[in-house]
Structure formats: structure tokens, C-alpha cells
Design a protein around this ligand. Structure first.
Ligand SMILES: *[C@@H]1O[C@H](CO)[C@@H](O)[C@H](O)[C@H]1NC(C)=O
Ligand SMILES: *[C@@H]1O[C@H](CO)[C@@H](O)[C@H](O)[C@H]1NC(C)=O
Length: 408
């Protein structure tokens, strides 16, 4: 999932559910320890379903070593991955690539794509479980966490795309959810990657965040955009499992007007087709850490109503970084008109609110080639449905597959 609030949302939700499940589990070992002991994501989540799976490593220009999982072919196919069309899956904030793998092969996007003949590559953001290494920095240091999502635009995405291109010998397609769409849109708006990808499917697309209406979202966004968080956590890891963050969440939930009882709903909107066990399975693997700076950056977007690079707030620091007192804007109408885009958004999504998606669509429709822009509006869906909903195959993924086939 993802966004400013998405992040915070998922985080809070997960904390509450995690607390509950810890009680149920009589305080067993931390899930991460069990998962790490079982091997990588391939061994933990993919191989048990009978799919081939490879672990890969991509090093970014600024030294982060990112884990990727490749599912090179479908379950019933034998032989190499030769000639199959690669697809990169990019998750949102505060989760990792395993978020795509929580349902059955019949319901989950990576397996559906593999079974449809695609060569599937699952990315994991820097700082999450499979991507915590760096050529010289340690994740316990402040310098390791000194980045916002701008750095994913400039460093991680291009490194991932180049790696997949060079391994498969073909231009990949891209699928992003939530912050995975934000990073892509920001990159495309600067002309990055549009010549290296065949197309992009953006689920719960995020570029504007001014219509977030849930009280908890607003409270959290204000806190992240303000001094509170900067002083408190500064340039640091934002680990939802840490005691500081749990305390913060408890404080948020005591604010008037904030109801933390049904957090999943209050954050993501009322999801339409989550399996009853989805929350429990989700908590087995998520949430995952990100940098505090990323959450501050997302909160700035909520506050300011425009999408810009990270605002250092102090004009001298912005000048040092950008050569101007205010951070430069990402201009969505600058996305090249010929680049094939598929956008799917839900009417009940309170993170990627339909009103905000429509602002993005206004920007895109102004100049985009009509036959290169496919838009799907699903009034019944909310944020989490697009990744872990049992109805996503019928409502969304089948159309993503047809869209990709159009641009082979
Ligand atoms: C973070 O990066 C900036 C440059 O972008 C640098 O000025 C600052 O010293 C760094 N802080 C830490 C703690 O690494
Ligand atoms: C819900 O998840 C459980 C456990 O993974 C699975 O056995 C069941 O088939 C799922 N139900 C639906 C409707 O997908």
C-alpha cells in the first residue's frame, strides 16, 4: 500500500493488529526472525506453490543493495524464461514485495502474470526486509536513512529497470501500487524510464493527496509535516515495530475525532473483497520500515496540495540542493504523451482518493495520446483491494494483462 497517510495508515493498522496477534500467539518469536530463518522470499512464499523462483540483487548508484525475486515462468511451463515479456512489480510504502504474494496463486498478481506467460520481477524498496544492505553504510546509522522517495526516483527505479532489461534482453512493463505509482509518475514526468519501459499499470495511483479525509490521516499528516516528527525521529529509520512508533500511534488514537477501532477501514477505505484471513496473513509479513524522511515528504504533499521534491523547509538548504528557495514541482502534464499508461482506481479508496486521482487524470488527459491512456474506475474498491483483494483478478488484473498484450 502507500502514501503519506497510507503509510501511516497501514502502519497504525498493522501495529494494532500486530499487538492483537502477539497476544494470540502468546508472544512467539518476531515474524521477521522466522521468515529470515526460512530463507528468502522465494523459499518462504513462492516455491511452496510450485513456481520457479530466483533471488536477485541490484546495487543502486548510491550503494543500496536491493533484493528482487524473479518468477520466470508459470507453474505448468517448463524450460527457460527465454523470450517471455518481463514485468516489474513495485509495492508501496511501509510494505515490501511480499505484499503481492499473500494470496493464493489463483488470486495474486505475480502468479497470474507468470501463468499468463510473463517473466515476473518483484522489487523491494531500500530499507525493507530483503533490501537492508548497503556497500558501506549500516542500517543502524543515520546516514543509511538519509533519503526520501525522490531518491527512489533517481536511483532505485532506474537501477531496477536497467537490471531487468539486461537480464531479460527486453524492455519490461511496470506495475505499481500506491507509492509505487508515485515514484513512477515522478520519474516519467522528468522523462526518466519512458524509453526503457514498454508501459506502466498504476493501481491506486497517487500524485495528489489533498483530498484525504480520514481524521487519523489528517492528524498524522500534520504531525509528519511539522516539527514533531523531525525533532523526534529526524533522519532515521521509521520502523513501525519500534516502541517510539507505538507510543506515537497511541497518542494519535487519543486525539478527539480519531477512531482507531476499525483502522483498516478508516485508513484505506472500506475494502470490498478482502479474504477474512487477509489481515492476519498481512501481519505475518508486514509492515516494513521506511525512512522518516519519506513519510515527511508524503505528508508535505498532503499539506501543500502539490507534488514537489522534498522540502528542506530552510531556504538555504533548498538552494543548496535545488538552486532555488522552494523545491521544484513534478509536473504530471510533462509525462510523454506516447507512453502507454493504464490507471485503475477505486471509489472507496480513502488514501488514493478518487478526487485526487481525477486531478491527475486532468493533467494526463490534457495532452496524452488517447490510445495510450486506459482508465478503469471501480466504484466499489478501496486501497487494499488492488493488492490483496480476492476479486482483483476479475476486476483489475485481467485488464492489466490485456493492456500489456496490446503493447508487446
Ligand atoms: C544527509 O544528506 C545531506 C545531503 O543531501 C547532508 O548534507 C547531511 O549531512 C546528511 N546527513 C546525514 C546524517 O547523513
Ligand atoms: C481465504 O484465504 C484462505 C487462507 O489462505 C484460503 O484457504 C481461502 O481459499 C481464501 N478464500 C477465498 C475466497 O479466496
Amino acid at each position: 500500500m502507500s502514501t503519506p497517510v497510507i503509510a501511516a495508515a497501514v502502519l497504525v493498522l498493522s501495529l494494532q493488529l500486530a499487538a492483537a496477534s502477539r497476544v494470540l500467539n502468546h508472544g512467539g518469536a518476531a515474524p521477521d526472525a522466522n521468515i529470515a530463518a526460512a530463507g528468502g522470499a522465494c523459499a518462504t512464499a513462492v516455491s511452496p506453490f510450485g513456481y520457479a523462483c530466483e533471488e536477485h540483487e541490484v546495487t543502486t548508484p548510491d550503494g543500496y543493495i536491493l533484493g528482487m525475486q524473479r518468477i520466470p515462468r508459470g507453474r505448468r511451463v517448463t524450460g527457460g524464461g527465454g523470450g517471455r515479456q518481463p514485468v516489474i512489480l513495485q509495492h508501496g510504502v511501509l510494505v515490501d514485495g511480499m505484499t503481492w504474494l499473500l494470496g493464493s496463486p489463483e488470486e495474486s498478481l505475480p502468479y497470474i502474470l507468470a501463468d499468463q506467460g510473463f517473466d515476473v520481477w518483484i522489487a523491494n524498496n531500500r530499507g525493507t526486509r530483503w533490501s537492508r544492505r548497503h556497500v558501506s553504510l549500516d542500517p543502524s546509522s543515520r546516514s543509511y536513512w538519509n533519503w526520501s522517495w525522490d531518491d527512489l526516483v533517481v536511483n532505485d527505479m532506474p537501477a531496477i529497470v536497467d537490471y531487468v532489461c539486461s537480464h531479460s534482453g527486453q524492455k519490461p512493463h511496470y506495475v505499481g501500487h500506491s507509492m509505487g505509482t508515485l515514484v513512477a509518475l515522478a520519474a516519467f514526468s522528468e522523462g526518466r524510464l519512458v524509453d526503457k519501459l514498454k508501459s506502466a499499470a498504476l493501481l491506486s495511483p497517487v500524485a495528489y493527496l489533498s483530498h484525504i479525509t480520514t481524521p487519523i490521516g489528517i492528524v498524522i499528516a500534520k504531525a509528519f509535516a511539522g516539527e514533531l516528527i523531525s525533532d523526534f525521529l529526524g533522519i532515521a529509520e521509521f520502523n513501525p515495530a519500534s516502541p517510539q512508533v507505538s507510543n506515537l500511534v497511541r497518542t494519535f488514537c487519543r486525539k478527539p475525532g480519531v477512531n482507531c477501532y476499525d483502522l483498516l477501514t478508516s485508513f484505506t477505505g472500506k475494502n470490498y473483497c478482502l479474504n477474512n484471513s487477509a489481515a492476519e496473513i498481512f501481519l505475518k509479513y508486514e509492515p516494513q520500515p521506511t525512512s522518516t524522511k519519506t513519510l515527511v515528504h508524503l505528508a508535505q504533499t498532503v499539506r501543500d496540495g502539490v507534488l514537489t521534491k522534498y522540502d528542506y523547509v530552510r531556504p538555504d538548504m533548498n538552494v543548496a540542493k535545488y538552486g532555488q528557495a522552494d523545491p521544484p514541482a513534478y509536473d504530471m502534464s510533462a509525462i510523454p504523451a506516447r507512453f502507454p499508461l493504464f490507471l485503475s482506481y477505486g471509489g472507496r479508496d480513502s488514501l488514493s482518493d478518487p478526487a485526487d486521482v481525477e486531478l491527475l487524470l486532468d493533467d494526463l488527459r490534457r495532452g496524452h495520446d488517447g490510445d495510450k491512456l486506459t482508465v478503469q474506475y471501480l466504484p466499489q474498491l478501496a486501497h487494499a483491494d488492488f493488492v490483496i483483494g480476492v476479486c482483483a483478478k476479475d476486476l483489475v488484473y485481467n485488464d492489466v494483462v490485456s493492456f500489456f498484450h496490446r503493447f508487446h
